[in-house]
Design a protein around this ligand. Sequence first.
Ligand code: SAH
Length: 473
Amino acid sequence: MVKNQIVTITIEDIGNDGEGIGKYEGYTLFVKGALPQDVVKVKVLKAKKTYGYAKVEELISPSPDRVTPKCPVTGRCGGCQLQHYSYARQLQYKADKVRNCLFRIGGIPEERLNMITEPVIGMEIPFYYRNKAQYPVGTDKEGNPVMGFYAGHSHHIIDCTDCAIQEPVNAMILPTIKQFVRERKISAYNEETGKGLLRHVLTRVGFHTKEVMVCLIINGRKFPGADELALRVAKVVEEFRKEPETGAGTYRLKSFCLNINTKKTNVILGQEILPVYGDNYITDYIGNIKYQISPLSFYQVNPKQTVKLYEKALEYAELSGNETVWDLYCGIGTISLFLAQKAKRVYGVEIVPQAIEDAKVNSRINNIANAEFFTGAAEDVMPAKYKESNGTMKADVICVDPPRKGCEESLLDTVVAMEPKRIVYVSCDPATLARDVKYLEEKGYELTKVCPVDQFGHTGHVETVAKLCKTDF
Ligand code: SAH
């Protein structure tokens, strides 16, 4: 196979990032945007020894699972990878991904997987689900402002202010800001030169409260006309009513603020926040727990599915009210406070100090007195505390919700030493989940339940809740 060669193939499988996989005379080709059962004429972009990358030249015969995407920038925008795949198939793909990882990497036999795997929990409406958006701002060739999302694996901005997976109120806010920027000739930040004012627009919406936050991330300390823009945004937000498809409700601008980021960096947010209008936070609920969310807080982006995820975690924790629970990688204490309602005592550990501050505020506003939080890396805090206690520190249930790279072995060793009856593992990457499950199985725990949950429809990501039980208990 050589570069620029054109071949016709049938797509047989789908890869980790949602790309189609097909073979030409035994040679594997990865084809972006192609789906299983598509027959496609493709052009080879890059040819390695045994595999290569190709792009679709012509869709000769479409897969029966192909659907028309809702969003006009699908395929160009890097946000979604699977909008052209039927939602039922997307869910199947995610369930298979979890299963394959646990089988191949985790070494869990198929018969056991058949018994312990629960059906994937999908969304009722797989659109308009995200409560947070960060739109990069730039300039097109004619010098007009563009706002939208990055194209896949690049920093090229695809202009799109009406994203099909975001809260629909954004479709009112973004054009208002864009119009203002155009009128006042406010410069967009340029990543190469480090010049220009407006870098990103961050929006957050309380799913239950309908409180809206708009935060402009700027390369400076002042945004000309910020007060006036806030009033304009407040007006369009209040005029907006949700479409019947997504449920009724009235929105209100609760927070309009500036975030200062004058560094030449890929990191979106700076540390300092300046208020313009309203408070510096919005409030929302997960179940009956109230959370205060600032522009800097980590907060789950799909509130409807988060409840289902946490309820599954709660179910797997099997709490009766007498348990000591540790929630590692606790963020702003979301899972900790959810579990605290049913446990004797909950301890949370999280590396970001600001998140721990939020967790403490959240305990207070919910009158939860049996939760305590510690700042630091779980793999440092836990072994140190365990050592300090001379091995007397025990737990009934330990919950972990690590980032994609999973848990360090030193942490898992401490978890095992604390002899919890159950470990609840919430994972955003099935490959590292499987690796850690294998390690825990070797140390006397058994994987007894697995449930994939779709938190990110139309993307290749899948969240999983897993339950491990101590075998000699
Ligand atoms: N359980 C929370 C957050 C999960 S996201 C929720 O459901 O909302 C993972 C969290 O792990 C993030 O808040 C991140 O800041 C934190 N984190 C990353 N590395 C960590 C480490 N080594 N130790 C502790 N926390 C860490």
